[in-house]
Write a protein of this length. Structure first.
Length: 173
């Protein structure tokens, strides 16, 4: 990428270990009850795929698509372009997101799902950049806390590139 280099922030091994821990925590939290796990596309797909395989519960897998970034690094308008295909009423629901920074997207999604009256609603995020919060959003199952830098890999992108990387990298000039 012209003018940018990548610095390793989190290795694939560190991600695997943390995802396994999160799977155990989620299994304990929902204590044998069925769980609807909702992947936020596109960025959450790798984390979601690895995470659901570590959760020892009866799972129903769903997908939503929210877009808060355009083709670069600047936040854009929020778009809710794909919704879940099942009812959430009286069900345990876990949203799986790649990164929560300002909180606007997850605030929107959590409020939208809360209106559907789930039994329980929780949020797992691979990366929690809580220092950038503009909206009060709690990540119930945070993977890693990163306070600065533009990161890519493991589902996260820059202009639709670098999602396939197994680790998390910071783009640096």
């Amino acid at each position: 990428m012209t003018g940018k280099n990548m610095k390793v922030v989190i290795t694939p091994e560190e991600i695997r270990e943390r995802v396994a821990v999160l799977g155990r925590e989620i299994t304990q939290r929902f204590n044998g009850e069925p769980l609807v796990v909702v992947c936020v596309l596109k960025g959450g797909f790798l984390f979601f795929a690895d995470l659901v395989r570590t959760i020892d519960l009866d799972l129903e897998l769903e997908f939503v698509r929210l877009a808060s970034y355009g083709r670069g690094t600047e936040s854009g308008e929020l778009v809710f372009s794909k919704d879940v295909e099942t009812t959430l009423k009286d069900k345990n629901v876990l949203i799986v997101e790649d990164i929560v920074d300002t909180g606007h997207s997850m605030d929107f999604l959590l409020r939208t799902f809360e209106e559907r009256k789930p039994k329980a609603l929780a949020l797992a995020a691979l990366v929690d950049k809580y220092e950038r919060r503009e909206v009060d959003v709690k990540v119930d199952f945070p993977g890693f806390h990163i306070d600065k830098g533009y990161i890519v890999g493991y589902g996260m992108d820059f202009a639709e590139r670098f999602r396939e990387l197994g680790g998390i990298y910071e783009l640096v000039e």
